[in-house]
Design a protein around this ligand. Structure first.
Ligand SMILES: [Zn+2]
Ligand SMILES: [Zn+2]
Length: 412
């Protein structure tokens, strides 16, 4: 990429700085939780529409999801040229920059999504302004409910990424800035046990204790931990455990969230945990009902795209770890990365040790460091999107790394 193009991107970003910082702080001061991000989505759409993006909202049946498209002049000319009879329809190279803008209950923007949303919109607009003749399409994808609900999954399933060649996003972090490699795929299961009530002192032998089935499940799964793959994570809550002290508990329930770094490891884990509950039901005589929900897909890093992203973050003045590293958590960006070549950068806004989802992190998301991260993200994402649209060598490396098989939907 030419140096003067990159300089134009930086200048376009700097020219919008006050507006972007103001909007990010405004979203921070008005936290809206998953699927209720009405005002935040509206503000972002207003900014994008004002800058000449074609905004569709709602999309994928989600009130607070949007897709904002801008087609470069070069691509329009291309399309006109190819519109003669019999001319082949050329697909326009398309990059999606992902926006998140949901907050958390009680702690507000303690995951810093006020930075993600505005960075994505700013990057799209900076690229449009710096390279109006672009042969390509830039899409700012407004993805609600990352913290619970996974708007991106619905958007992938609704086909909003079908014409996308690459997807990028930033996320604030503490400590070192880095490119994210894997995140964990998730699956949740509720095991509901029904026993038989009986007088707990006079006739306990006539009862079936549903709480025992829950405790037995808990113990079985705890023992299973020794044989789980090291990437596996299992959390549980006992959500029902009987209600009257002198009655053998009739109903009890335990809820699990299971995670692993691959679809295969997760499938094995899910099957074994179910067996633990089934064994507990057999041992106690309780009947078992299961309710399960497939969660987020595992994130797959597209290494060539990740390297290009890293180079642009460094160019924008950020220190970035050499090697990509996994996140212990899970994100619906995983589902996007299973569909298209994708890279997710983590940009530091706080010193090491400041935990995500804490009040300290929420404060960092509105700090000078947070706003500096916002501006670095705008410049780096605009430049990375440009590279992914115009650098033929990068494009072929990206699609090779993604694999022919995954160019079809492989959402888990
Ligand atoms: Zn979060
Ligand atoms: Zn987050």
């Amino acid at each position: 990429m030419q140096e003067d193009t990159l300089k134009r991107i930086d200048a376009a970003a700097e020219a919008m700085k006050d507006q972007l910082v103001r909007l990010s702080l405004q979203i921070h001061a008005h936290p809206e939780i998953a699927f209720q991000e009405r005002q935040s989505a509206a503000w972002l759409c207003e900014l994008l529409a004002g800058a000449g993006f074609a905004v569709q909202k709602p999309v994928a049946g989600l009130e607070t999801a949007f897709r904002a498209d801008w087609l470069g002049r070069g691509a329009r000319a291309d399309a006109d040229g190819a519109s003669g009879a019999g001319a082949p329809v050329r697909r326009v190279p398309t990059v999606a920059i992902l926006a998140e803008y949901d907050a958390l209950p009680e702690v507000g923007h303690a995951c810093g999504h006020n930075i993600i949303g505005v960075a994505a919109a700013g990057a799209g607009i900076a690229l449009k302004q710096a390279v109006p003749d672009l042969v390509g399409r830039v899409v700012v994808m407004g993805t609600p409910a990352e913290e619970g609900g996974g708007g991106k999954i619905d958007m992938v399933n609704a086909g909003l990424f079908d014409d996308v060649d690459a997807a990028i996003m930033v996320h604030p972090t503490s400590g070192e800035s880095k490119i994210g490699s894997t995140s964990l795929a998730t699956h949740s299961i509720v095991f509901n046990f029904h026993g038989r009530p009986a007088h707990a002192a006079a006739t306990p032998h006539l009862g079936i204790n549903a709480l025992d089935a829950v405790v037995q499940t808990y113990v079985n799964v705890s023992m299973l931990r020794q044989q789980m793959t090291p990437d596996a994570r299992v959390h549980c809550l006992i959500t029902k455990g009987g209600s009257v002290i002198n009655i053998v508990p009739e109903e009890a329930e335990i809820r699990y969230l299971l995670r692993a770094s691959t679809k295969e490891n997760l499938a094995t884990l899910v099957a074994k945990v179910k067996e633990c509950a089934e064994a507990a039901a057999r041992a106690t005589g309780a009947t078992l009902k299961m309710e399960e929900q497939v969660g987020y897909g595992a994130r797959k890093l597209n290494v060539p795209l990740g390297n290009a992203f890293k180079a642009q973050l460094r160019r924008a003045g950020l220190e970035v770890a050499d090697e990509p590293s996994p996140s212990g958590g899970s994100t619906d960006f995983g589902d996007v990365s299973q569909k298209v070549p994708a890279a997710n950068a983590y940009v530091s806004i706080a010193p090491k040790g400041v935990a995500g989802h804490s009040r300290e992190f929420a404060a960092a998301a509105a700090s000078d460091a947070g706003m500096a991260a916002l501006m670095v993200s705008v410049k780096a994402m605009a430049a990375t999107a440009l590279a992914a649209l115009t650098d033929e060598e990068l494009r072929s490396h990206m699609s090779r790394a993604h694999g022919a098989r995954s160019s079809q939907s492989t959402i888990q």
